[in-house]
Design a protein around this ligand. Structure first.
Ligand SMILES: [Fe+2]
Length: 400
């Protein structure tokens, strides 16, 4: 749906902002979500390729297989965390060998990301390596076609929001992480069934929840104008800030799991519409260097970047703090600070340090990282402008 596009202002020229609201697919949530989603999707699941990882598939394969009983389907369960293009290549080979015409992702963010790019290759006829070329980028940026293969997602973690976002993060042959974005490689049907996340161990539960908090916050504070994206971001932040401590205290609570799952899903919708901020923009290049879990890079990057940002642009942080009912002295900076303190407390509660223990960067390292961060589409949306030298200085602060 086009919200504003070339609309003339009554008195003086072109209205200054415009955008497009592209809704995600149908989401079935709560009890029996998988069966209900399958009922809706069955007629479009032509020879599905199920993409998963070995651990998830061993635990949940029988549950999924029962739902797929009448279908001719194939599984690729070779996804590992921080997946590479090599795994997309393998999944694609399995899909092509069996004539698969649709994709079902069963797993966490890494599984979703591999499934998204496998689907993009199946749909476009392009090889994996071609996705980074102008041909691949052109296909990814086009609107979805009714001829595109059907894509369904069954998340078994709550965090990345990949089931509802337009992004896929995959490691390239050069060891660097590459971010692909496409609304047409986003699932058409999602099943959010909370009991499928019950067996998730405490570390990925904590890490995923913290990631979702920073997706919601990044989409809220940034300068994107999407009204629906902003509404989703603030509501996702509200849910995630409450659900994360609840799920850490009571991992067996279906209520807490369901709220965490919904918070992460809505945060994914928000970042699909608004993107994020400099926290994720500075995190991605650093992750390629330190090879640490995403959340463990996010914690320290959030602390340094957000404390720096509120000195220049406290307003969106303060507004979120008030919406969340966080107590503060009342002025803009104090309110913004109360939100940052609350997120840092949550980080510590989740076992995620807010300082790097062992990060050593030279000025040259920081310069190269800053150059890479500048390529992020989210950086220009950050609440305040961050120049190259400023980003470099932020990286050096993280290392001190
Ligand atoms: Fe993230």
């Amino acid at each position: 749906m086009v919200l504003e596009n070339g609309v003339k202002h009554m008195s003086s020229g072109v209205f200054p902002v415009q955008g497009q609201i592209i809704w995600p697919g149908s989401c079935y949530w709560g009890a029996g979500a998988l069966s209900r989603a399958m009922q809706a999707a069955r007629s479009r699941l032509h020879r599905p390729l199920v993409v998963s990882d070995a651990g998830v598939w061993a635990a949940l394969g029988p549950v999924v297989a029962e739902e797929f009983a009448a279908l001719d389907w194939q599984v690729y369960d070779g996804v590992v965390s921080n997946p590479s293009l090599g795994q997309v290549r393998e999944a694609l080979r399995v899909a092509q060998a069996h004539g698969c015409q649709s994709v079902v992702a069963v797993g966490g963010g890494s599984v979703m990301d591999v499934a998204k790019l496998t689907l993009a290759c199946l749909a476009s006829g392009l090889e994996v390596d071609e996705l980074t070329t102008s041909n691949g980028q052109a296909w990814l940026s086009e609107p979805a076609s009714t001829l595109d293969p059907f894509f369904m997602a069954v998340p078994t973690t709550a965090g990345t929001g990949s089931e509802s976002s337009t992004a896929a993060l995959i490691q390239g042959e050069d060891g660097r992480k590459h971010l692909f974005r496409s609304t047409r490689a986003r699932p058409s049907v999602v099943a959010l069934q909370p009991d499928l996340t019950l067996s998730l161990p405490s570390r990925p539960t904590a890490h995923g929840g913290f990631d979702a908090v920073l997706h919601a916050l990044g989409a809220w504070v940034n300068q994107d104008h999407s009204p629906v994206g902003k509404a989703m971001a603030l509501h996702a932040l509200r849910i995630c800030m409450k659900a994360l401590p609840a799920v850490l205290v009571a991992p067996g609570s279906l209520q807490a799991r369901a709220e965490m799952q919904m918070g992460a899903y809505l945060a994914g919708v928000a970042i699909g519409m608004c993107k994020v901020d400099a926290v994720h923009a500075l995190c991605t290049p650093l992750e390629s260097r330190v090879h640490t879990a995403h959340a463990e890079v996010l914690g320290p990057v959030f602390s340094v970047v957000s404390r720096h940002t509120i000195e220049k642009a406290p307003a969106p942080y303060a507004e979120a703090a008030r919406a969340l009912g966080l107590p503060s002295a009342g002025d803009e900076r104090s309110a913004a600070l109360s939100l940052i303190d609350a997120v840092e407390e949550l980080s510590v509660q989740a076992g995620i340090p807010i300082h790097f223990e062992d990060l050593h960067l030279t000025a040259e390292d920081a310069h190269l990282l800053a150059l890479q961060a500048q390529r992020s589409a989210s950086l220009p949306l950050h609440p305040c402008e961050l120049g190259l030298d400023e980003i470099k200085s932020l990286y050096l602060q993280m290392a001190s």
